[in-house]
Write a protein that binds this ligand. Structure first.
Ligand code: AMP
Length: 424
């Protein structure tokens, strides 16, 4: 994070446990981000928090530091023999849970606190064994955690700190009954610390907060992602459906892109884009909801490590993930929702750096542009180079994807709704 994105408040000036200060020093964090500066003094004073903050603002360290500080200064009261986490952190997606866990391990490297992450789709027995081995901070997605809880793998009766991250996504993904169930199994709100974070503090989120947090919960609102997006150099190019793939190949060749995310609206579209890129000599892989969990984590790691330069993704990948150093975001398809546009381009220019976002405006998705421009409050400037000048003469056409059962009739349907069928 660049210094101009940080506040004047230093971690050293807060009354943090020396073991946390040493973790922060190892990470090279000296100054709080604005959300940390707003949250930490209140959390350290014992307040519950309902924070409005997006990924990229430093919210994870804010709630992790508050949580770990509490655990370090209030030794656990759990009984011998039954795993009884002192902190319970819920996240809506597997990727986010893993990210929180990784941050927790780094920040808490010198704390001696035991941390475990649980999520669906992988590692069932291993996760259970880890919990059974004892855990201070249990992080995970609601489904898997309920599963273990109902099997009495752990108890929630000794939770001192509860964190609900991306609360609005919990509603969107239909987890809210699961969350309510788990919250009811913990000590009462007055007897624990509760930290809730959400991209928006909407009515439904605040209702949840008032129901399950202390009455004097502090609301902390920090600049929405839209402001982050202002740091992104945004451009767009009008292109026919037919020319999209060659344009993408030409564009990627001309850009000095180190880590690029290409967003596509459908999984099938992702596959086609990946095929075209690979055929034309790029190393690229698809991250969508269909990709098996272990592979998703591997892809994200490779992308983070710089081994995988291009990640082709659906919106599943756009939300919540913090991937540093994304140099370019390309919207191969404009998203249908304006908010998704901001989330997508927010993958670049994270944490104070700047980035580039280039959007293809094609026949199939051009109708989204006015709404996006209205939402971001500006016209997206045109790319200077023309499509013709960027299309490579040696573009290799990839093999077509095999036709799927559910494609039958789809073309006709598409044509009626949204003009000509896509040809990539
Ligand atoms: P988050 O919003 O929690 O995803 O945080 C975004 C990223 O900001 C983290 O992954 C860290 O790399 C970075 N970060 C968080 N807090 C600080 C800080 N106080 N100073 C510098 N970088 C930070």
């Amino acid at each position: 994070m660049k210094p101009d994105h940080l506040s004047d408040l230093t971690f050293a000036s807060l009354d943090l446990h020396p073991r946390l200060l040493s973790g922060l020093a190892k990470l090279g964090y000296e100054h709080c981000t604005p959300i940390q500066a707003a949250c930490l003094p209140m959390a350290l004073a014992g307040k519950d928090l309902a924070g409005q903050a997006q990924t990229g603002t430093g919210k994870t360290a804010a709630f992790l530091l508050a949580t770990m500080q509490h655990l370090l200064t209030h030794p656990p009261k759990g009984p011998e023999g039954v795993p009884a986490p002192g902190a319970f952190i819920l996240a809506p997606t597997r990727e986010l849970a893993v990210q929180i866990y990784n941050d927790a391990r780094q920040l808490g490297v010198d704390t001696g606190l035991k941390m475990t992450v649980c999520y669906g789709g992988a590692g069932y027995e291993q996760q259970r064994a880890e919990i059974e081995g004892g855990v201070d901070i249990l992080i995970g997605t609601p489904g898997r955690l309920i599963d273990f809880f109902k099997q009495k793998t752990f108890t929630l009766s000794y939770v001192e700190c509860m964190v609900l991250d991306e609360a609005d996504r919990m509603f969107d993904l239909g987890f809210i009954d699961d969350i309510r169930y788990l919250l009811h199994k913990m000590p009462k709100p007055a007897e624990r610390k509760s930290y809730l974070f959400s991209a928006t503090l909407s009515h439904r989120v605040l209702e949840l907060a008032f129901e399950h947090m202390k009455p004097n919960v502090e609301k902390v609102e920090i600049e929405p992602e839209q402001v982050t997006a202002e740091r992104v150099k945004q451009q767009m190019v009008h292109v026919s459906n037919h020319d999209k793939l060659p344009l993408l190949v030409g564009l990627l060749r001309s850009l000095e892109a180190t880590r690029t995310m290409v967003f596509v609206n459908t999984k099938r579209g992702c596959e086609m884009v990946e095929r075209a890129l690979v055929k034309n000599g790029f190393t690229a892989a698809t991250l969508s909801g269909d990709v098996a969990q272990t592979r998703r984590l591997k892809l994200l790691q490779d992308f983070k490590d710089g081994k995988l330069p291009i990640l082709v993704a659906t919106d599943v990948a756009a939300r919540g993930l913090h991937i540093t150093g994304v140099s370019h975001v390309i919207n191969f398809d404009l998203p249908n929702e304006a908010a998704d546009y901001v989330h997508r381009i927010g993958r670049t220019a994270r944490a104070g750096s700047t980035g580039d976002a280039i959007s293809f405006v094609c026949e199939s998705h051009a109708y989204s542009l006015p709404e996006i421009e209205h939402y971001i409050g500006m016209k997206v400037p045109q790319l200077e180079a023309t499509v013709e000048s960027m299309k490579p003469a040696d573009y290799l056409v990839p093999e077509r994807l095999p036709r799927r059962e559910d494609d039958k009739g789809g073309r006709h349907h598409n044509r009626q709704r949204r003009g000509p069928p896509r040809r990539y």
